[in-house]
Design a protein. Structure first.
Length: 522
């Protein structure tokens, strides 16, 4: 779980910031106090801190904070403070005397700081550590003060290296410090199915339907006559608003659904973002690219249902897919709606919702939920992956924030024509979804009948299967010219999980037969 380091100078307001973070985490709080009442003034400070803590907080006074963290279970821990602990250790070791220090004493304190960071990282609950920023002045005249400043600075660096968030508090104002160097980008988050289909292979990896249909193609051809003018989004925006019963001010057109997640990361800059996994990895990639810390909440291992109680109350951004990619799980709209509350952006990725006939679990029409952002794509059902057409729906003020960080003319003239046309074809979308759903059930049954294969229920145009020795199965299918999507890059899944896109009946039968042969050959 995350470690948050709050640093600041004397009377900067750092303790109040840390206490607010701990109180908003939604868990019982254990207050780990490291200070000692060595004189009346220090005793008065400690008493003042005690008096402002909520009555329900449990206080642990200790010189061994790492042990206190290990014993706190899933509760939130607020440790006050790193500097007090260092001073106590220095006093016990005689390092506060002005004479020369025994060799190695300072190294022991730094080792303790690293152990504290490791204990925080290993916990099941949130840890908030308050630390003194004492190194902004000139070099101190006394040896003992210099030792303290050196140890405090190096200990802060050790905690910051392990922390998900580092906050600097100055005059009661908080500045979030990004990681050193370039943003932390995990390559596996940017690996998608289109990179997993070798030339000439039959594609069961990319979850896009063949397209576009003749009627949609005619609309796109007509839009070619407007390519000499800058795109005008008025008609497309109105079409989306009418489709979902929203106002045009609540619609933001995007360059495919993926751009919406980058707008969210850039425009909202959350302090505590949560991505529900296994899930589409682009939202987490966008957040990390913008220097935002990300917590992962895993779906239940057995059925991949959303464990809503695992989402921290203190999260100010939550991203979840419905139907979910790659598991195909469809959550009840009411369950997702309960995750929305003031002070939080709830981002629901509905890129595959058109595969659910009638869309009964969609939240796209819910303009009453605070902070709700619904992301939609025309890529999947309508076969428009190369056109990049999508949109998001959000309360007007939130939509304006996202629109403000959007590049100009992000939606091109062809994409706008596609949006207008697709929004008026609800009946055609339902017929297509019903046909794909029927074929999905046949494919699921064929795969589930194979030895050692488990298939999860899906509401999208793909199924998630677990097969024995998935890496070998994937490779042998490729040898037969069949490309499926290995799922080891999705957090919470492993190499034995494969995502299989539903194709036409004869293609699905070829895949099922080939998979049976591969499994039988071992």
């Amino acid at each position: 779980m995350p470690l948050t380091l709050v640093i600041g100078g004397t009377r900067s307001g750092k303790s109040a910031v840390a206490e607010s973070i701990a109180a908003s985490a939604g868990r019982p709080v254990v207050y780990v106090a490291t200070g000692e009442a060595s004189d009346p003034e220090m005793a008065e400070r400690i008493a003042r801190h005690r008096a402002r803590r909520p009555a329900g907080w449990r206080t642990v006074e200790t010189a061994d904070p790492a042990a206190a963290l290990a014993g706190a279970g899933p509760d939130t821990v607020l440790l006050e403070s790193l500097g007090g602990w260092i001073a106590g250790r220095m006093h016990a070791a005689g390092l506060l005397e002005e004479g020369p220090a025994a060799e190695g004493e300072g190294a022991g304190i730094l080792a303790g700081a690293r152990a504290l960071a490791a204990a925080a990282s290993a916990r099941a609950g949130l840890t908030v550590v308050v630390a003194e920023e004492a190194g902004l002045g000139p070099v101190a005249a006394g040896a003992a003060t210099r030792r303290y400043l050196d140890l405090a600075g190096e200990a802060c660096q050790a905690l910051a290296a392990a922390a998900d968030r580092v906050l600097l508090v100055v005059a009661g104002r908080t500045l979030e410090l990004g990681p050193p160097g370039p943003p932390s980008l995990l390559p596996e988050l940017r690996l998608h199915g289109d990179a997993m289909v070798p030339p000439g292979a039959e594609d069961f990896a990319v979850n896009v339907e063949p397209g576009p249909a003749p009627a949609l193609r005619a609309e796109l051809e007509a839009a070619l006559d407007r390519l000499d003018a800058y795109p005008d989004e008025t008609a497309a925006t109105a079409a989306v608003a009418a489709r979902h019963g929203r106002s045009p001010e609540e619609v933001v057109l995007t360059n495919g659904a993926a751009e919406a997640f980058w707008l969210v990361a850039a425009g909202l800059r959350p302090r505590r973002a949560v991505c529900v996994h296994p899930g589409f990895t682009e939202p987490e990639a966008a957040l990390r690219a913008h220097g935002r810390p990300v917590e992962r909440v895993l779906r239940r291992a057995g059925d991949f249902a959303l464990a809503a109680d695992a989402v921290p109350d203190g999260a100010d951004l939550v991203v979840v897919g419905n139907p979910n990619n790659p598991t195909g799980t469809l959550e009840p709209a009411a369950a997702l709606a309960r995750l929305a509350h003031p002070g939080r952006a709830l981002v629901v990725d509905e890129a595959f919702m058109e595969f659910v006939p009638g869309e009964p679990e969609s939240l796209a029409g819910r303009g009453d939920l605070p902070g709700l952002v619904v992301v939609r794509s025309l890529t999947k059902l309508w076969g428009l992956a190369g056109l990049r057409a999508g949109y998001l729906l959000a309360p007007a003020r939130l939509a304006e924030r996202l629109r403000a960080v959007r590049p100009p003319w992000s939606a091109n003239a062809l994409a706008l024509a596609a949006v207008r046309a697709c929004c008026g074809q609800a009946a055609a979308a339902r017929r297509a979804a019903e046909a794909i759903g029927a074929e999905r059930e046949r494919l699921s049954a064929d795969l589930a009948a194979l030895s050692g294969v488990r298939v999860w229920p899906s509401a999208a145009n793909f199924v998630l299967a677990r097969v024995p020795d998935g890496a070998a199965v994937h490779a042998r299918l490729l040898e037969r010219g069949l490309a499926v999507r290995p799922c080891h890059t999705f957090p919470g899944l492993g190499p034995d999980h494969l995502r299989v896109t539903v194709r036409r009946p004869e293609a699905n039968r070829r895949l099922a037969a080939a998979l049976a042969e591969v499994i039988a050959c071992g």
